[in-house]
Design a protein around this ligand. Structure first.
Ligand code: NAD
Length: 433
């Protein structure tokens, strides 16, 4: 099948590459000339494990192309996917500027029978509006399919090629059959292909993200209560997780969720609800709890240093909002850096892949260290924000030697508090005893 993928970010590039890998002829288009030039040169502009090899292989095989010209990508294609960003707008709702620009640009060049597939996460009602807009602009009825994406950055290729389910929203069965064929290679383990109405598919994406965000805010709030009452969240987590109705997944306390999806999608669904005069107290609370949770390490540090950061240096391990990605959008580490700088502390940071992006924000206001242990030299405490695997079993003696005092505030509960005490550390996690 000949496919156009409009928007070559985390979702578009992974989706386009995986479709090419399964034998389709895919052209990825992006307005960012720098991005396209990098891709044409065999370089992948984002960090996503396994993606570079896959991009190179499919480009070399002539199945994966990159361009800035929409018309070149769309010509003769049977499906035109839209995977541009839908970031948060000023009022919390999704900013749909880039998205509508693409729809308007597609209209005059869309081949007859080309299906428009909306991969971007878009407010409920958007797909129907796209269908209407295309009818106005082209004078004919175009098939528009909602095809929300559920991949996670950091294991995006695995998620895409082995999805738990594929969801499509359609107005009539024929385009769903085309998409089913396209996804067939990824559904060989009998995972379901779920076809539903446009609004239900759009809603499914938001509800999935809001449910996951809710679990995180819930366990974070419970961890904070544990801190208050002297209980241990890990014991509590085990105590509840064995209940089959609850389970263990997504119930790890931390410093709050970040990234380009949960924060904006929780707010966007709240905005959608408000626009339909539906109260969404849960969503507002989930967001509120999360914003507060991003300050939890700072509060612990503040207590420890009795509110005085003058002359203090704090080291931070982990800047990305989660491991195996360089994405720092809404990352809790950024909130911590801002708070520490505002209090006059010096900040030394280390992250295996996200430092370049953080440098673009903070420049020389903080220092960047390629080696996780060098980052600790002369620091009065370490704050851990991201659970990269390389932080799980570190050289505690070296950490102790490099820090001016053995103090760790762990926002991801990586270590056993009793063992840390044996190592001579002052160690605080989130809701740990
Ligand atoms: P991104 O910001 O990484 O990529 C978007 C790309 O679109 C950019 O490269 C940008 O240059 C390009 N673009 C903007 N306007 C364009 C235009 N007119 N023509 C061509 N290209 C254009 O975004 P992302 O993280 O890939 O997210 C894309 C969508 O997928 C969003 O709606 C997001 O909510 C959703 N989503 C993201 C994830 C994720 O983990 N990142 C997961 C599921 C769904």
């Amino acid at each position: 099948m000949k496919i156009a993928m409009v928007g070559t970010g985390y979702v578009g590039l992974v989706t386009g590459t995986c479709f090419a890998e399964s034998g389709n002829d895919v052209t990825c288009v992006d307005i960012d000339q720098k991005k396209v030039d990098m891709l044409l040169g065999g370089e992948v502009p984002i960090y996503e494990p396994g993606l570079t090899e896959l991009v190179k292989r499919n480009a070399q095989a002539g199945r994966l192309h990159f361009t800035t010209q929409l018309s070149e990508a769309v010509a003769d294609s049977q499906c035109a996917f839209i995977a541009v960003g839908t970031p948060q707008g000023d009022d919390g709702s999704a900013n749909m500027g880039a998205f509508w620009k693409v729809v308007d640009s597609l209209a005059p060049i869309l081949p007859d029978d080309c299906i428009v597939v909306v991969k971007s996460t878009v407010p409920v009602g958007t797909n129907r509006a796209v269908s209407e807009r295309l009818r106005e602009l082209t004078g004919r009825v175009c098939d528009v399919v909602s095809n929300p994406e559920f991949l996670k950055e950091g294991c995006a290729i695995d998620d895409f090629t082995k999805p738990d389910r594929v969801v499509v929203g359609v107005e009539r069965p024929e385009p769903a059959e085309v998409l089913k064929e396209l996804y067939k290679p990824f559904l060989r383990t009998e995972k379901p292909f779920l076809s539903m109405g446009l609004e239900s598919a759009e809603m499914t994406k938001y509800v999935a993200n809001c449910m996951l965000a809710t679990k995180i805010s819930f366990i974070n709030e419970m961890a904070n209560v544990c801190d208050g009452v002297g209980a241990d969240i890990n014991d509590v987590r085990r105590g509840i997780g064995h209940d089959a109705r609850i389970g263990f997944s997504f119930l790890f306390p931390g410093v709050g969720y970040g990234g380009s999806c949960f924060p904006k999608d929780v707010r966007a669904l709240a905005a959608v609800a408000a626009a339909h005069n539906v109260e969404s107290q849960m969503l507002e609370s989930v967001d509120k709890v999360n914003q507060a949770q991003k300050t939890v390490l700072f509060s612990k540090l503040q207590r420890y240093f009795e509110g005085d950061f003058s002359g203090r240096t704090i080291a931070i391990w982990g800047l990305a909002f989660k491991p195996r990605t360089d994405d720092i959008r809404e990352a809790p580490a950024l909130v911590l850096i801002d708070q520490l700088l505002a209090e006059g502390a010096k900040v030394r940071v280390h992250d295996p892949v996200a430092m370049e992006k953080v440098k673009q924000i903070y420049g020389d206001k903080i220092t960047y260290w390629e080696d996780q242990y060098t980052a600790l030299e002369g620091a009065d405490a370490l704050a851990i924000n991201t659970e990269w695997n390389e932080f799980r079993n570190p050289k505690f003696d070296l950490m102790s030697d490099n820090l001016t005092q053995p103090v760790i505030f762990d926002g991801r509960n990586l270590y056993d508090p009793a063992k840390m005490r044996d190592h001579g550390f002052h160690y605080e996690g989130i809701g740990l005893r």
